[in-house]
Write a protein that binds this ligand. Structure first.
Ligand code: ATP
Ligand code: MG
Length: 599
C-alpha cells in the first residue's frame, strides 16, 4: 500500500526533543518514528514499525538459516524459576518485580534462560532429541539505572534471544560457531559495522563469550584492539604476565620511616631521597598500592576487600566488577566502589595512606598489626619474586623490598587495573588502542549452570542421565534501529541503508497543477506494482521546501520529485545519501528506481 503523507499518522518536528542527547534519539523522534512514553520506554509509530519489521525479518531469516526454531514466551513470568537459578535475587534492582491480586510474585523478564530451559525439560528426554536451538523476538524489561540515548538503552526493548541445547561440549562449540556466523551475516545485511570482541562471562557464569560491538563515539562500552586483530571488551582484556623472578638472593625486606607520604607521588619522592637506587630512580611502578574496595553483593551485604596493584596503575572498577565473581560467596551482579572513611574505621588494621598487603603479610616483617583479615587479591603483574615498596600498615611507615611469594601471599589474582593504549595485546599481536562501541549482540557459552539449577537432564547413548549444556545468544533489535540511525544520518536527517529503510522511494509532488498530482499518483501506483515500497507526499497545500525537508528528515534512500520538469516529460531522481540529482524520463522512472532498489 502506498503510504500517502496526507493521511499517514505522522507529524515531523522542527525542534529536537529536550531530553535527547544523541542524534539517533533526536532524529527518530523528529522524523516521527518513535515517541517517548516514559523514561526508557517508547511507542512505535508507523514509520518506526516499518524499520523495526525489516530488522526483525533479517534477524529471523538468519536464525532460521541455522536451524533455530521460533517460539514466543510471555514477558510476565512467575518468580519460581528465577528463584531456582537465584536470579530473582542476583538480578538486583535491574529486575521489574510485581505482585498479582493474590499477592504472588511475578517479574517482567529481563531475559529468558529459565523459561527455555524448563520448556526443553518439559518436552525432551533423550540425547536423540538434541541438539535443538530455540529463539524468540520479544520484549524485555530491565530497570536500567541510566536509561539513555533513546532506544540505545531502554527499560523496555526488543531482543532476539536464542538458546542452544547440546549433549556435550563439542555440540555446544558447534552451536556457538553457527550463531557467531549468523550474527556476522545479520550485521552485514543490516549494514552495521561490528567488531566481535572477547567478553567476560559476567554474572551469568559460563565460559566462552563474545560481544559484537558497533564502533561509535556514543557507545558506552570501551574496547581495545590491536593492529594484529586482537579485540576485547576492556573488562575481558588479560595482562601479559611477566615471568616469575628468582628471589633466593633478594635482600630482606626493611621497614623505613616515611612520614607524610600518603600518596604514591610523595612516596616515590621520599624513596628516591632516603633509599636511592644505583641503577635508576624509583618510579610509581615499583610501589604496590593496596586499594580498599567495597563490594555490594546482590543480597545487599557489603564486603570490604583489598587489591594490590602497581602504583602507576589506577583500579578500573568495571574490570573489578566483571572479574570478582569467583572470589565472593554468592554469584550475580556485584557493585564495586571505593571504600569509605566509615569502612576503613571498621578495620583498624587498614592504616590509611600506609596500607600493606593485608592478611598475608609476614608477621616476622611487620608484626601482627599488619593483619586485616580481609580478602586480598593482586594484579597479575605481582608475580612471585617481584619486589615492592608498599605500606607497612603502620602510620608513616613503608616497607622496602617486600617480595611477593616470600614476604606476602594473596587469596587470588584479579584483572582489575586500567588497560592503557599501548599495552601489549595478550596474544602478541601488537600494542592495544582504545575505541568506543555499542553492544549490538552477545553470544555466550552458558554451559550447564541453568540446566543444573533447573534439572534439565536427558538420557545419553548409554542410558545414563546427563546434564545438557547450553548457549545463550542475544541481538538488540530495537537497539539496532537506534544504532543504524546513529551511524546513518547527516545534518538534514536520517539516511537509511536500503535494507532497513521504511520505503524504497519517497515520491514528492510539488506544484499547483492537478496534472502534477495526477502524474505523481499514477507513478506511485506504478512503483508499487513494480514491487517497490512507496511513500508519496501528496499533501496539496504544503510548500516544496517543507516537503523536501521532510523527505530528507525521514531518510528514504531515493527521492523522486514530480514537479516543473513534468512539462518536459522528466522527473528528478535524487540520492538521499549523496544529494546527487538526475532528470529521468517519466516513462523510465519505474525501471530506473527499481534498479536502484535492486528490485
Ligand atoms: P549492556 O552491556 O549494553 O547493558 P547486556 O550485556 O546487559 O547489555 P545482554 O544481556 O547480553 O545485554 O543482552 C543481549 C543484547 O540485548 C545486547 O547485546 C544488546 O544489544 C541488547 N540490550 C541489552 N540491554 C539493552 C537495553 N537496555 N536497551 C536496548 N537493548 C539492550
Ligand atoms: Mg552482554
Amino acid at each position: 500500500m502506498v503510504l500517502r503523507l496526507s493521511t499517514l499518522f505522522l507529524r515531523t518536528l522542527r525542534e529536537d526533543p529536550v531530553d535527547a542527547e544523541v542524534a539517533s534519539h533526536k532524529l527518530l523522534v523528529r522524523a516521527g518514528y518513535i515517541r517517548r512514553a516514559a523514561p526508557g520506554i517508547y511507542s512505535w509509530l508507523p514509520l518506526g514499525l516499518k524499520v523495526l519489521g525489516k530488522v526483525e525479518a533479517i534477524v529471523r531469516e538468519e536464525m532460521n538459516s541455522i536451524g533455530a526454531q521460533e517460539v514466543h514466551f510471555p514477558a510476565l513470568l512467575p518468580r519460581e524459576p528465577y528463584e531456582a537459578t537465584n536470579r530473582w535475587t542476583e538480578y538486583g534492582e535491574g529486575l521489574f518485580r510485581l505482585k498479582d491480586r493474590k499477592d504472588a510474585d511475578y517479574l517482567l523478564a529481563p531475559t529468558h534462560e529459565e523459561m527455555f530451559t524448563l520448556l526443553v525439560k518439559d518436552l525432551y528426554s533423550s540425547y536423540k532429541d538434541l541438539p535443538v536451538c530455540l529463539y524468540q523476538i520479544q520484549t524485555k524489561y530491565r530497570d536500567e539505572a541510566r536509561p539513555r540515548a533513546g532506544l540505545l538503552r531502554g527499560r523496555e526493548f526488543i531482543m532476539k534471544d536464542s538458546y542452544s541445547f547440546d549433549i556435550d561440549d563439542a555440540g555446544l562449540d558447534a552451536s556457538y560457531a553457527a550463531h557467531r556466523a549468523a550474527y556476522l551475516r545479520i550485521f552485514d545485511r543490516l549494514g552495521l559495522e561490528v567488531v566481535p570482541v572477547k567478553a567476560t562471562a559476567g554474572a551469568m557464569g559460563g565460559s566462552k563469550s563474545e560481544e559484537f560491538l558497533h564502533p561509535t563515539d556514543v557507545g558506552e562500552d570501551t574496547f581495545v584492539r590491536s593492529a594484529g586483530g586482537y579485540a576485547a571488551n576492556v573488562e575481558a582484556v588479560t595482562t601479559v604476565v611477566p615471568p616469575a623472578i628468582d628471589f633466593s638472593e633478594a635482600p630482606a625486606a626493611e621497614v623505613k620511616d616515611t612520614p607524610d607520604t600518603p600518596t604514591i607521588e610523595t612516596l616515590v619522592a621520599a624513596a628516591n631521597q632516603i633509599a636511592p637506587r644505583a641503577d635508576r630512580p624509583w618510579t610509581a611502578a615499583d610501589t604496590l598500592k593496596n586499594v580498599v574496595l567495597a563490594a555490594t553483593l546482590p543480597t545487599g551485604e557489603r564486603r570490604i576487600l583489598v587489591i594490590g596493584v602497581p602504583g602507576d596503575r589506577a583500579v578500573d572498577l568495571k574490570r573489578v566488577e566483571a572479574n570478582i565473581a569467583g572470589f565472593l560467596p554468592v554469584g550475580g551482579e556485584v557493585g564495586i566502589e571505593p571504600a569509605t572513611e566509615d569502612d576503613l574505621k571498621k578495620h583498624p588494621g587498614l592504616v590509611k595512606g600506609y596500607i600493606g598487603p593485608g592478611e598475608s603479610l609476614d608477621a616476622a616483617v611487620l608484626g601482627t598489626e599488619g593483619k586485616t583479615g580481609l580478602l586480598f587479591l593482586v594484579d597479575p603483574r605481582v608475580v612471585s619474586g617481584s619486589s615492592w615498596i608498599t605500606g607497612a600498615n603502620l602510620d608513616g611507615k613503608h616497607v622496602f623490598g617486600l617480595v611477593a611469594g616470600r614476604d606476602f601471599g594473596w587469596d587470588g589474582v584479579i584483572e582489575s587495573v586500567e588497560v592503557r593504549a599501548g599495552d601489549p595485546a595478550p596474544d602478541g599481536s601488537g600494542p592495544l588502542e582504545a575505541a568506543r562501541g555499542i553492544e549490538m549482540g552477545h553470544i555466550f557459552q552458558l554451559g550447564r549452570k541453568y540446566a543444573e539449577a533447573l534439572g534439565l537432564q536427558v538420557l545419553d547413548s548409554n542410558g545414563k542421565l546427563t546434564t545438557v549444556t547450553m548457549g545463550s545468544y542475544g541481538v538488540g533489535v530495537t537497539r539496532a534501529v537506534a544504532a543504524l540511525a546513529e551511524s546513518n544520518h547527516d545534518g538534514r536527517g536520517l539516511v537509511w541503508p536500503r535494507n532497513v529503510a521504511p520505503a524504497d522511494v519517497h515520491l514528492v509532488a510539488t506544484g499547483k497543477g492537478t496534472e502534477i498530482f495526477e502524474a505523481a499518483a499514477e507513478l506511485a501506483d506504478e512503483f508499487e506494482a513494480a514491487g517497490l515500497e512507496v511513500i508519496y507526499d501528496d499533501r496539496p497545500k504544503v510548500s516544496p521546501g517543507v516537503k523536501f525537508g521532510d523527505a530528507e528528515l525521514i531518510g528514504v534512500p531515493t527521492i523522486v520529485v514530480v514537479g516543473r520538469g513534468l512539462a518536459d516529460g522528466v522527473v528528478e531522481v535524487k540520492d538521499r545519501a549523496t544529494g546527487e540529482a538526475q532528470n529521468i524520463a517519466l516513462e523510465d522512472a519505474v525501471a530506473h528506481v527499481a534498479a536502484l532498489a535492486g528490485k
